[in-house]
Design a protein around this ligand. Structure first.
Ligand code: FEO
Length: 171
């Protein structure tokens, strides 16, 4: 049975992952309106990933005998001033989520909830990937600012991204 403090903290993270899905979905709409279908595709996959993160937490709380309580999701921004600004915002958001995951691990340690700590390690590793992939695109877009035609190439590349659902065990 999960402790009340851990249950509350995981419920808050369920909301944070839903907001992540929501902000990236807002970016899908932004990129579609900018006629950048590849960037929109990348964000579409990101939205699916965040939904999978949320469900992973949802199922874990339930499996541990806790109760999921859904809260209102904040409204995300509508526009960004450039594709670079949108990906910079995505990168900053992932850094924020990493901080939240680290705090969840702190709660698990304080509560001596070793099972939750082990479960959360998947998210610790996932956040390394999340930050790396967003930052790589930020760097490419910065270089593209000086090279005509580069945006077209980047958009085409981001259009190749596909969704791989996380497995039950992790990964
Ligand atoms: Fe669910 Fe992008 O971290």
């Amino acid at each position: 049975m999960i402790g009340k403090k851990m249950e509350k903290a995981l419920n808050e993270q369920i909301n944070a992952e839903m907001y992540s899905a929501y902000i990236y979905l807002a970016m899908v709409a932004y990129f579609e309106s900018e006629n950048l279908p590849g960037c929109a595709n990348w964000m579409r996959i990101q939205t699916q990933e965040e939904t999978a993160h949320m469900m992973k937490l949802f199922d874990y709380v339930t499996e541990r005998g806790g109760r999921v309580v859904l809260k209102a999701i904040d409204q995300p921004p509508k526009d960004w001033k450039s594709p670079l600004a949108a990906f910079e915002a995505a990168y900053e958001h992932e850094q924020f989520i990493t901080g939240r995951i680290n705090k969840l691990v702190d709660v698990a340690i304080q509560e001596k909830d070793h099972a939750a700590n082990a479960f959360l390690q998947w998210f610790v590793s996932e956040q390394v990937e999340e930050e790396t992939s967003a930052d790589a695109i930020v760097q490419n877009l910065k270089m593209a600012e000086k090279a005509p035609g580069a945006m077209f190439m980047i958009d085409r590349e981001l259009g190749q991204r596909t969704f791989t659902p996380p497995t039950q065990e992790g990964a």
